[in-house]
Design a binder for this molecule. Sequence first.
Ligand code: CP
Ligand code: NVA
Length: 326
Amino acid sequence: MKALRRKDLISIFDLAKEEIEGILSLAATLKDKFRKNISYTPLAGKTLAMIFEKPSLRTRVTFEAGMTQLGGHAIFLGPSDINIGVRETAADVAHNLERWVDGIMARTFSHQTVVDLAREASIPVINGLTDRLHPCQVLSDCFTLQEKLGSLAGRKVAFLGDGNNVAHSWIYASARLGINFSIACPRGYEPLPEIVREASAEATSNICVTHDIAEALSDADAVYTDVWASMGQENEAEKRRTVFAPFQLNSAALALARPQALVMHCLPAHRGEEIIDEVLDGPQSIVFDQAENRLHCQKAILTALMANTKRKGKGERRKAKGQVSG
Ligand code: CP
Ligand code: NVA
C-alpha cells in the first residue's frame, strides 16, 4: 500500500478514505498470510514501545504478537514504568524513545498526552485508546464489518450507550466511509458536539444523535455497544448503571434492528449491564471475530506506518516532528 500522509495514527479523521481502504485491504492480505502460515517480516529489526496507562487484553496482545509476527519486537511499558507527566514530561519521553525504537503505541487517559508524544517524536505514534478516541478498535471493526457485509458505504451502524471514545471514532469512520451512524444515549452522555459537527460537515452519510432507541436501531445493519463506565470512570459506575439501563442491548432492543443485524462490542463486556449473555453469545454476535481482527488490522497499521521508516540523525529528527493531529 501507499505510505500514509501522516507519520502518526491519532484519529481516523486524519486519514483519507483511500488510506482507510488501504489499511483494510492490507489487513485482509496479512490475515490470509497468517492463516496460511506464510512468513512476512517487513518490520525485521524494528522495535515498538507500548505505553499503557490503563489495562488491556486485546490491544496489548495484538500489538505485541503483531510486532513479533512482522519480524519486530515490542516493549511493554505499564502504568508504573514511565508515569508520563509525573516522572517526566511526554516531550522528554518522546525525545528518549525516538533514539532507541522505531515506533510508539500509547494508551493514555488524556488524549493530549498522545498528541504531545506525536508532536515531539520523530517516529510514528499510534493511539491505542485515549479518553477521546479509539481509532485502532474502529478501523478493525470496519474491517470485520466489511468481511461480513461485503461493503460499508450506505450501511447503517447503530450504537447504544455512551458517547465516548469508541463512539467518537465510529463517528469519524462513518464520515470517511459513508456509513450511516446513529447513537442512542441518555441525556448528558452524548458524543462531543465538536466531533459530531466536524464529522457531519464532511460526511455524505447521516450522523445522528438521539435519545430514542427505536430511532437509532431502525434499519440498522449492525448494533454496537460498549461499557457504560469506561476505564477511569469506575467511581461513576453505580450511577451509570441506573442512567444507562434503558439503553441495554438485549433481545427486545435487537429486535428493533434489521432481522439478522450483526451484534458488535469492542470488549471487555460487562455482561448483564450494557449487553446480556443471550445477545453477546447469540447467533448474530460477531464480537470474537472483531477481537480476532484486531491482530490483523493492527499489523496493517504497524506496516503502513513503520515498514518504510529510516533511522534519523538529529537534523532529520527535527524535520520529522510537528505533524500534529487532533
Ligand atoms: N477493545 C479493547 O481495546 O480491548 P482492551 O482494552 O483489552 O485492549
Ligand atoms: N470505552 C471503553 C473502551 C474499552 C476498550 C473504555 O475506554 O474503557
